[in-house]
Each structure stands twice: as C-alpha cells, then as structure tokens.
Write a protein that binds this ligand. Sequence first.
Ligand SMILES: [Zn+2]
Ligand SMILES: [Zn+2]
Length: 258
Amino acid sequence: MLVDSHCHLDFPDFAEELDAVVERARRNGVGRMLTICTHLTRFDRVLAVAERFADVYCTVGIHPHEAGSEPAAEVERLVELSRHPKVVGFGETGLDYFYDKSPRERQRASFRTHIAAARATGLPVVVHTRDADDDTAAILAEEMEKGAFTGLIHCFSSGPELAAKSISLGLYVSLSGILTFKKAEALQQTVRGLPLDRLLVETDCPYLAPVPFRGKRNEPAYVGHTAAKLAELQGVDAAAVAAATTANFHRLFAKVPG
Ligand SMILES: [Zn+2]
Ligand SMILES: [Zn+2]
C-alpha cells in the first residue's frame, strides 16, 4: 500500500470525475489520500471531500500564496476545526518567496500561527517552502524552542541543509513528482542521503505529474512513480519504500486509522 500524503482533490480540475480519480488511486494501491486545505474560506469543500471517501483525510489551513488575501488564521479557530475526526493536520502553510503572492511578513505570521496550532494539538503541520530555505529553517528552529511540534516539509525541492535541519528537528520530508524529473539531479543527490524512516511521498496533484505523465494533470494514482524513483535512489526495492513511507505517514499523522 502507498499513501498520497499531499493532494488537492477539492480543486476544480477533479470536479467532473472525483469518484473515478479516487477509484483509480485505489486500483493503483493508494490506500490513503490526504487532501490539503489552501483557503480557510474553502475549508468546507475540502472537508466535504474527506467526508465523502473513507480513505481520504484532510488538513485545515491557509497556503502562503493566500496569506495576504484570506482573513488571518487564528490559533483557536484552527484548533477548533481540527477536532473533526477527518482533520488530521494543519496547512499547507510556510513561505513562498519565489512567487511572492503575499507579503512576506504575512506569510511568516501565518506560518507561526499554524505551528502554534500544531503545538497545541499534537497534530502535524504541512510546510510549503520555496526560495525561502533560510527563513523556513530559522522559523522552524525558533518555534521548536518555544515547544515541540511535529510536521513535514512537503514537495521537498530545497537543498541538503534544509533537509538536514528539518530532520534534526524531528520533522519529515515528503517527495513529489519533481524527484522523477531529468533535471532534478541535485534533489536526487540530496534524497540519496536522507534516512528512509523520515520520508513520505505525495503527488501535490493536480500539479507536478511524475514522469511519464509530466505536463499532464496529476492525480493520486500516479504516486507510485515517485515511490519507484525513491526506491532506485535509496537502493531498496519498491516494497520497502511502500512499507516505509506508509509507516512514516501513520507515525506522523497518527490520527489517521492504520
Ligand atoms: Zn505546496
Ligand atoms: Zn499543495
């Protein structure tokens, strides 16, 4: 069994055929899917997807792109929404200095709010980081000093320093279809050296379809292609990667039934 630890099943890309998309994932051995909230104002839709399918769970939070346009997240509100049995984590939050769609100060404040909710509940925080390694590492370390929390860096595409820092803080690293891209040699080199007991796989669909689907709409059924690349890089077989990434997912997202 595989787990798609990060997908966006509420996006309009899937609206026409959501049942078929979930069914294809199951047929391809994907036993759990975590659909990720990006807008607090659209949380109801995300939760509705998780409620519709027994094997789909969700998070609650605000993407860094929306940190400037959405009403600011409050710790109490996030904590309250996370009491629902299908809500198993916070985010996605973090820092995106590549697109800079929201003021950086708002991104940082929102990031810290999500971490506070994670700390208060024991549920993990899903971190998005792009072109912001230094600030992401600094905030994670500072916040960890204030009190422990769990989480992961999703769609990891940063350098080895952020991977090492995150793992040393007790966090996990999730790999997307980027890992299969020809030009991702630096990332592949980094991933060779990471401990398999801290790694997860994801699609981040509808974006970032792995080879051989690159450029097409992505979906959870394709997560096995990223897992296969991870197996090759780690020098283990596909079954070992499936077992490890699934066990890691359940250790981190402990609220999801096994
Ligand atoms: Zn993201
Ligand atoms: Zn995402």
